[in-house]
Structures are given as structure tokens and as C-alpha cells.
Design a protein around this ligand. Structure first.
Ligand code: CP
Length: 312
């Protein structure tokens, strides 16, 4: 049973572990932190006794900066680690690297790692609280929370809304976390893309599947456009980027031809002119930069709520 102001989890390794009550609590806390980050003094002293290590074993712009700023806004102490230029290159294991950092009395670990399950593995072996900032093709829980929060902000609620996730579903941790999160909040979810980039058994998660962009866009209230993850593809999943764009790229022409006005999202980084045109990304239907702003407040909320679980 979830206490009213307490998460049911000790670590945030995936959305799958969260209850709807957890998500509601995170959103309620996010509402307060959104007010804080829009004040002249954008900082609160809540986590002055907490030290957070940000461990990035894979590239990141938004998530890394957003977590770091969220920790600073909460007055936590921070240490940053990036695997490039570290002793990981000399063969040190993940657990040894993390245990060495924890010896410096760190309370919380935010980790991005290329291996699915890395955050869960760590959470089973260390005392510090773990937040998954993206583990390979598995989950990206704070991205899904900020996406759902942005839909709630834009459309009033997530419940009953129709959301299509378009693109490289096969390699996308954002897609999986979004599916779990949106369904827990009562949205209907469709995935859309070439057959080669849609996992064979995805319908078992209760999502609709389409291979026709126009059909999917006519169905939805919100379209979340994903990047093609070429860095995770060891074989060719479609003939060429040009052909992908012709079939699944969102242009202003398609958007304007729909029978209703839909909301356009993208987790970033954007490949302008591939999955989304510049005109669409910068249009008034796009909430891409709202997502980034909300990401800061959502991450403040997650860190704040998990810090309550740190033994002091
Ligand atoms: N959306 C997202 O995870 O972006 P980064 O890879 O830049 O962190």
C-alpha cells in the first residue's frame, strides 16, 4: 500500500515498477517544483545533506544537464562521472567503478548505461538509491514521466487520450517506458513504423500497431516522433534514410492535411528533416521545448521523493 507522500519504490529503474499512485505523487510534486523553477530564486535547500553521483557511460545532452541542474536546484552536492577518459577504459567493472565512487559517501546514483538492466543490477548491489537515466534499449523512466506530464499539461489529462509513438520502436527505451507510463495513466497507445522496427510481439503489451503514418496520425491526439537509432543498428532495417523519411517523416503538409489538430512531441535529439521536418519541430503544435522544461521539474520531483528514502 502506497503511503500518501511516499513512493512505493526505493530505486527508479523502470516505469514498470511504479504504481499509478506513484506517478500521481511524482506529478503533484512536479507541479510544486515547476513553480520553483519559474521563480526569480530557482533554488530550494531541501537536499543540502544529500550527495548525488551522475554516472554517464553513454552520450547524453538533455538528460545529463537536466539531472545535474535538478540536483543543483535542490541544493544537493554533485559528482559527475563520464566513462570516456575514466578507468573503465582500463578494464574496471561497473560494480568496482560504482563502489569506488560510493566510498566517497554518495547517497544517490543517476546512471545512463548502454546495457539493458544495468540500473537494476546496480540497485540490487549497492546501498545508494539508483535512478535509471536510460539503460540501452530497455527503459528511460524519467523521459516517460516528463512526456506524460507534458501531455497532461497540454491536454488537461492523460486518461482517455490516444498517443501514437512513431519510428524506431525496436531500439527505443523511450517507447517502452512511454507505453508503460501512458497505459498506467489510462491512455490508449499505438506504435507506428516499418515492420522491421516494430518488435514482433509488441501487441502483447496491449498497444495497437500501424505501419501507415497518415492512418496513425488521424487516430491520435498526440504523436511522439522518435529518432532512428543508427548507433544501435548492426544491420540495415530499411533501404535508406530518404525512403524512411518519405514513409514515416512528419511534415507540415501531412500535419495540415489532418482532420484535427494534434500535439507533436519528440524526446530529442532531433534529426531535422528525417523523422520530423524543421517546420513541424518549430511549429505551435510542437511541445518539444516544454518537454525539456518539464524534464527539469520531473527530475527534481523524482530525486526529492527518493531522497526521502535515504538512511540519514
Ligand atoms: N531524450 C534524451 O534522453 O536525450 P539525451 O540522450 O540527450 O539525454
Amino acid at each position: 500500500m502506497n503511503r500518501m507522500n511516499n513512493l512505493s519504490i526505493d530505486h527508479l529503474t523502470g516505469i514498470r515498477d511504479l504504481t499509478k499512485e506513484d506517478i500521481d505523487l511524482i506529478f503533484k510534486t512536479t507541479d510544486s517544483f515547476k513553480q520553483v523553477i519559474n521563480r526569480p530564486i530557482k533554488k530550494v535547500p531541501s537536499l543540502r545533506d544529500i550527495t548525488v553521483a551522475n554516472l554517464f557511460f553513454e552520450n547524453s545532452t538533455r538528460t545529463k544537464l537536466s539531472f545535474e541542474l535538478a540536483e543543483k536546484r535542490l541544493s544537493a552536492d554533485i559528482v559527475n562521472f563520464s566513462s570516456s577518459g575514466s578507468s573503465v577504459k582500463k578494464g574496471e567493472t561497473l560494480l568496482d567503478t560504482v563502489n569506488n565512487i560510493l566510498s566517497m559517501k554518495v547517497d544517490m546514483v543517476v546512471m545512463r548505461h548502454p546495457n539493458p538492466g544495468a540500473a537494476h543490477y546496480l540497485s540490487q548491489r549497492i546501498k545508494a538509491k539508483v535512478i535509471n537515466a536510460g539503460d540501452g534499449t530497455h527503459e528511460h523512466p524519467t523521459q516517460a514521466l516528463l512526456d506524460a506530464y507534458s501531455i497532461r499539461e497540454e491536454l488537461g489529462s492523460v486518461e482517455g487520450k490516444k498517443v501514437v509513438i512513431v519510428g524506431d520502436i525496436l531500439h527505443s527505451r523511450v517507447a517502452l517506458s512511454n507505453i508503460y507510463c501512458l497505459q498506467k495513466l489510462g491512455a490508449e497507445v499505438m506504435v507506428c513504423g516499418p515492420t522491421t522496427l516494430i518488435p514482433k510481439h509488441i501487441h502483447e503489451l496491449g498497444v495497437l500497431v500501424s505501419h501507415n503514418l497518415r492512418e496513425a496520425l488521424e487516430w491520435c491526439d498526440v504523436a511522439n516522433m522518435l529518432r532512428i537509432q543508427l548507433e544501435r543498428q548492426d544491420i540495415r532495417f530499411f533501404p535508406s534514410i530518404r525512403e524512411y523519411t518519405m514513409m514515416f517523416g512528419l511534415t507540415k503538409e501531412i500535419l495540415d492535411s489532418l482532420s484535427k489538430k494534434i500535439v507533436v512531441m519528440h524526446p530529442g535529439p532531433i534529426n531535422r528533416g528525417v523523422e520530423i521536418s524543421s517546420e513541424v519541430a518549430d511549429s505551435d503544435q510542437s511541445i518539444i521545448l516544454n518537454q525539456v522544461e518539464n524534464g527539469l521539474a520531473v527530475r527534481m520531483a523524482v530525486i526529492y521523493l527518493l531522497a526521502a528514502k535515504v538512511e540519514r
